[in-house]
Design a protein around this ligand. Structure first.
Ligand SMILES: N[C@@H](CCC(=O)N[C@@H](CS)C(=O)NCC(=O)O)C(=O)O
Length: 270
């Protein structure tokens, strides 16, 4: 098996989801830092154009999107499972809600004026004007949710999560599942913004659950950062593992394996 390389940046909630899955599965991995804004020439050379984060690399095999990365990490190290027996469908469906609905709502709240100011204060090296322009271009000009709407919806979603935690340690019971990681990562970003994190304390079950998820850690992260050029060299010099790709490939779209595709970033306000 080739070594795991995670392409990510520290502030990325979706990357935090995968760092924690590496913690659950006690996996060893190397880190390769990605710019949070375009241009990302090395990442896009590696992925064939995909710009989002995180991306998992194993030799010449590159996995985009945390849904796929979770499946891959599960197959590498099946226990503890992300998909507890009897709850697999529910866990996947709740994770899809969290990534598709909770996440953009939380990010609209996180980047409301107060949150944006906190983010700027905590990240003095980030060019916020360039960051804002990058995300606006990625959204294709579509507006973010209004702060008031985002706050109201976020409160209601937090209450839903708290209800799931009333009598169990994790959202679907006493076993952690992929749904916990998906519900956790948008809240993790909120918690890092002191001025706006109070919203998490409005339900008493949320913060203790967040502590339980955070306690899973990040696995065995190699202390030496891999450069972008080194990661590309590793991919160029490795042979793709076609056997495992073909075994797990599901042609839901009628696009045969091996077809060249282009994946534009979908709009999710991140
Ligand atoms: N569906 C994707 C979403 C990933 C995503 O939106 N990541 C954000 C960072 S948390 C991103 O890439 N934003 C744009 C960028 O960094 O260029 C996944 O599950 O991996």
């Amino acid at each position: 098996m080739s070594d795991l390389i995670l392409h990510h940046y520290p502030n990325s909630p979706f990357a935090e989801k995968i760092r924690l899955v590496c913690g659950l599965k006690n996996l060893a991995w190397s880190s390769c830092d990605v710019s949070p804004i375009m241009p990302k020439p090395e990442l896009q050379a590696l992925t064939g154009g995909y710009r989002r984060v995180p991306v998992l690399q194993m030799g010449a095999d590159v996995y985009c999107d945390t849904l796929l990365i979770c499946e891959m990490l599960e197959s590498l190290n099946p226990a503890p499972s992300l998909y507890p027996q009897g709850l697999t469908g529910l866990a996947r469906t709740l994770a899809q809600w969290a990534d598709g609905t909770l996440f953009p709502t939380a990010m609209a709240y996180n980047f409301s004026p107060a949150g944006g100011a906190e983010f700027a204060r905590l990240n003095p090296d980030l060019d916020l004007r360039a960051f804002g322009a990058d995300r606006a271009a990625m959204r294709g000009g579509a507006p973010r949710m209004l702060p008031g709407d985002a706050t109201a919806a976020y409160k209601s979603y937090l209450r839903r999560i708290a209800t799931m935690l009333e009598s169990s340690n994790f959202v679907l019971g006493d076993k952690v599942s992929v749904a916990d990681f998906a519900c956790y990562h948008p809240l993790w970003f909120t918690r890092r913004l002191p001025g706006v994190a109070d919203i998490l304390a409005t339900n008493s079950a949320i913060l203790p659950w967040m502590d339980r998820v955070a306690a899973l850690g990040h696995g065995k992260r190699n202390g030496v950062e891999l450069s972008r050029a080194e990661s590309l060299k590793i991919a160029l010099e490795a042979t793709p593992d076609m056997a495992s790709t073909s075994a797990s490939f599901q042609d839901e779209h009628g696009i045969p394996l091996g077809t060249e595709v282009v994946i534009p970033p979908q709009i999710n306000n991140s």
